[in-house]
Design a protein around this ligand. Structure first.
Ligand SMILES: N[C@@H]1[C@@H](O)[C@H](O)[C@@H](COP(=O)(O)O)O[C@@H]1O
Length: 246
C-alpha cells in the first residue's frame, strides 16, 4: 500500500483529483468507481473545477458506484443516485447513461445484485476505484463480518453506520436499514484503488488498517490483498499511527 500523508482535507482532495486527472489523461474512456459519504466530496469539487476551468472532459467516462440504499427509488432525494447527480454528475459533461448505480427498489433484490455485478464486469471493473472508509472499517457497505469472496449483495446496515449517515437525512429513523453494495471481491477487481481518510474520526480506523491484520472483522483490511492501493490520509486521521511511531 502506497501511503501519501497530507496536511488536511483540502490537500487530500486536491491530491486525489490529480490522480483522477492522471488516469483520465492516460485513458479518456476510463471507468471510475465512485463512492458516496462526506469523504470524496472535496475530490468531486476539484473534479468539477478541473472540468470548468481546464476543460477536463468526462464525456467518454463511465462510472460505477459502490452502493445504493434499499428503499428510496432513483429520483428520491435520499438516494445515492440523487446525491451523485447533485454533487458531481450534473456539473460535469458526463452523459447520464454512462453513470451506474444499483437500483434501490428493484425486486427481487437478489436479481438486482446479479444484474449489477454483471454490469460491473461488463463495463468495468474500474480502472480507478475511489473509496472512503466507515469508522468500523466498512468499504462500500461491506460491514464487519463480510467475506472477502463476496460479490454484490444486499446488507443490513449496522446501527453505527446508520447513525453516522443520519446527518444526510432529516431524522435518524429515515436512514434505510438495508443497502445493495458491491462485495469485497468485486471491489478488489479494480485496477487501482484510491482510499481516502480524513479527520480525527477516522484515526482509529486508519491505525487499525495500518496494523495490517487482515480479517473479516475489519473489511478495509482486505485491501492489503490488492497490489495497487494508494491511501491518502490527512494529519488528523494519521495521528494515532504517528503517535505510535514516536
Ligand atoms: N456507503 C458509504 C461508504 O462508501 C463511505 O465510505 C462511508 C464513509 O462515510 P464518510 O465518508 O461520510 O465518513 O459512508 C457510507 O457508509
Amino acid at each position: 500500500m502506497n501511503i501519501i500523508t497530507v496536511d488536511n482535507y483540502s490537500e487530500m482532495s486536491k491530491t486525489a483529483a490529480q490522480l483522477v486527472e492522471q488516469q483520465l489523461s492516460e485513458n479518456r474512456e476510463s471507468v471510475l468507481g465512485l463512492a458516496t459519504g462526506s469523504t470524496p466530496l472535496g475530490l468531486y469539487e476539484q473534479m468539477i473545477k478541473g472540468h470548468k476551468e481546464r476543460g477536463i472532459s468526462y464525456q467518454k467516462v463511465q462510472t460505477l458506484n459502490l452502493d445504493e440504499y434499499r428503499g428510496p427509488g432513483k429520483t428520491h432525494p435520499n438516494s445515492y443516485y440523487t446525491f451523485m447527480c447533485e454533487k458531481l454528475f450534473n456539473q460535469l459533461d458526463i452523459p447520464l447513461e454512462n453513470v451506474h448505480l444499483p437500483d434501490g427498489i428493484a425486486q427481487p433484490v437478489e436479481e438486482e445484485c446479479r444484474r449489477y455485478e454483471a454490469l460491473f464486469d461488463r463495463i468495468g471493473p474500474p480502472h480507478l476505484q475511489i473509496l472512503g472508509m466507515g469508522t468500523n472499517g466498512h468499504i462500500g457497505f461491506n460491514e464487519p463480518g463480510t467475506s472477502e469472496h463476496s460479490l454484490t449483495h444486499c446488507v443490513k446496515l449496522e446501527e453505527s453506520t446508520r447513525a453516522n449517515n443520519a446527518r444526510f437525512f432529516t431524522s435518524a429513523e429515515e436512514v434505510p436499514t438495508h443497502a445493495i453494495t458491491l462485495g469485497i471481491a468485486s471491489i478488489l477487481k479494480s485496477g487501482k484503488i484510491l482510499l481516502l481518510a480524513s479527520g480525527q474520526k477516522k484515526a482509529k480506523a486508519v491505525k487499525r488498517l495500518l496494523d495490517q491484520e487482515i480479517s473479516e472483522a475489519f473489511p478495509a483490511s482486505f485491501l492489503w490483498k490488492h497490489p495497487n492501493v494508494t491511501l491518502i490520509v490527512d494529519r488528523e486521521a494519521y495521528q494515532l499511527v504517528q503517535q505510535e511511531r514516536r
